[in-house]
Design a protein around this ligand. Sequence first.
Ligand SMILES: CC(C)(COP(=O)(O)OP(=O)(O)OC[C@H]1O[C@@H](n2cnc3c(N)ncnc32)[C@H](O)[C@@H]1OP(=O)(O)O)[C@@H](O)C(=O)NCCC(=O)NCCSC(=O)/C=C/CCCCCCCCCCCCC(=O)O
Length: 713
Amino acid sequence: MAQYSRVSGTVGLITLLNPPVNALSAAVRQGIVDMMDKALSDRKVKSVVICGHNGKFCGGADIREFSSPLTGPLLIPVIQGVESAAKPVVAAIEGVALGGGLELALGCHYRIAHSKARLGLPEVHLGLLPGAGGSQRLPRLIGVPAALDIITTGRHVTAAEALKLGLVDRVTDRNTVDEAVKFALSVADQSPQSRRISTFPCPHHPDLDAVFEGVMQRVRQRARGALAPVACVQAVAAATLPFAQGMERERELMATLFTSGQARAQQYHFFAQRAVGRWSMPSGARWDKTKPVAVHKAMVIGLGTMGRGISVALVQAGVSVVAMETNEKQLMDAKQAISSMLERGAKRRGVAPALDKIRYSSDMQPAADVDLVIEAVFEDMALKKKVFQQLSALCKPGTFLCSNTSGLDVDQLASETRTPELVVGMHFFAPAHVMKLLEVVYGSRSSPQAVATAMELGKQMGKVSVAVGNCRGFVGNRMLKPYLEQAFFLLEEGATPEFVDQVLEEFGFAMGVFRMSDLSGLDVGWRVRKADGLPDGHSARIRQGCRYSPLGDLLCEQGRFGQKTGRGWYQYDKPGGQVAKPDPWLQDFLEKFRTQHGLVARRIDHQEVLERCLYALMNEGFRILEDGIAAGPEDIDVIYVLGYSWPPHRGGPMFYAAMVGLKKVLERLEHYHQEHPDIPSLKPCNLLRKLVVSGSPPVQKWREFLQKPQSQL
Ligand SMILES: CC(C)(COP(=O)(O)OP(=O)(O)OC[C@H]1O[C@@H](n2cnc3c(N)ncnc32)[C@H](O)[C@@H]1OP(=O)(O)O)[C@@H](O)C(=O)NCCC(=O)NCCSC(=O)/C=C/CCCCCCCCCCCCC(=O)O
């Protein structure tokens, strides 16, 4: 709803009231209409200010309303009503003005923003476009190139940039509403006619066609099949038409997006990112019953790529860091790399680099004086165990001990310490100061407080933290295994790396599985498999009674580790090269392999690649839910979108399974498992069967079918 009062004698003050972000629900929209009527019909009122309750102007349309039929006045006429008001209307922007919130502000005749406010049109991230006139008013106000940038990236703009762009008229450090009221008094006698953005022509640009063409090309490349970014460009292009025609085009494009599966997927992802913060553990421990401990000082052990990124992320989050590395050369290199990452980051954010927040050490001694340690040494259990033993002896009571591991057993590490309850896994993704995902892994003895502290620290570092149980590979890498396996089996059966990658990239992955393996290094998995007892020169296709593909191992034995060696599943012009080219050697190698094993290459189509790779991955997701390793499908989906480049417009693997139809997924898995009974990952999991028998409920209801956590608190 909205509240109304008259202030300073002649200013009508309308306050949007819908905590926590004053989203434009039906009640708020109705409130705006009613309070505008009140202000306009009050003879004493000469001008109007619109602000938001509790220091937040408005977070946009109420996204929760998008899943049911729209009720109440529509936002477009509400904003038109504000713009056409005969009295000047000023938007007092504090906190955020996003989406419909900014569109409402664009309908006002003046905009005053607090210096800390953020403005933006992030609808593209929800599979939409700014469909309440934003795609038409913004280019008219700030020009096509700047509007295209803001609308197609959905990025937030600071108040300072907004002022530079002409998006706001004034920025203040003082009380924004008071300033807006003063401003409203100063323009009370002026006609708002010349301030109605809908009447502005689109500012002239010498070569608009080239601008649109360039952006469209970039957007198509980045969008990977997403509809919204393309529609955003098309909508802005319509801003060069007369306003009414532009609005009609915006409506048409919005109508297509609004009902699309992509918009549903992206809106699901928005809420899923927030839902994962409400974590729970099988013990019944929960986010709202556990207080995290504040971390002021942390130590990072091991300054390879991961340790450096983690140190930067911690410093940027305001935590004092001791960065430790025993290898002198590595320590020197790390110092330089970390300083320049901090400097670059600070420059981007327009702040001073916090170089004084980090100090370096070549020994473990400083661990005695920190609140939390993140061990980021090489992924080797024996080495990590040694570090944990040392930490256990050195650290003061209460120090949290975290391991940056991508899949090792957290319980084994905990058992090396005197305080297993303070041990958790923190699985960062490279580059650790950039990637938004953090898997927080609780072991069987991790305390709720240790989990809460790691989750909160992740949030402080700007990450979306997901709490997951302890198993090999946790959630992300555990699901990757059957996906990779299927890709290898498809090569054995007749596919090429180029074809498999092309299918997966058309689906929306940034990189197909083989290009991704080449980038991350084939040797990483190979070393883990060797540590597990894989013998050298092994080329058998059965291991422990199940089908196994030795293709990756055979490539590694040839020294083909991927991009770093210039050869992997593809060839590169040099070691470290990035342009993947099909390699005739590999074709020859695959043919010889098939001959050696009596395999006959067959034609594999697009559908089989997608189904075998993705359905095997999804099936593992169902198993993870069944095992209680993830608390709900949202956890898995967030991990895959933020950590494994699953396309956001497909929601995540669990959401996608529901979109495809659980019955179909089950049938296809049954079909493939019948064809390949020696591949256990294709055997449909019980939870999937249970959901299908229960009528394939929507993903939001799956938690009801999972085992309830038992409280031991
Ligand atoms: C930056 C934020 C605002 C705040 O961040 P933070 O402080 O960290 O807090 P959060 O944890 O993120 O959020 C707190 C809770 O608030 C919930 N929330 C946030 N924003 C919204 C929202 N906009 N709506 C609903 N709920 C919201 C959030 O979920 C949290 O609650 P919980 O923990 O999940 O319980 C940050 O929140 C943020 O970025 N928010 C989103 C901003 C955004 O994306 N805004 C754009 C929204 S879309 C929009 O505005 C669209 C406008 C155009 C509408 C035009 C409608 C015309 C329809 C025509 C359709 C034609 C169809 C025709 C069909 C036919 O023909 O039939």
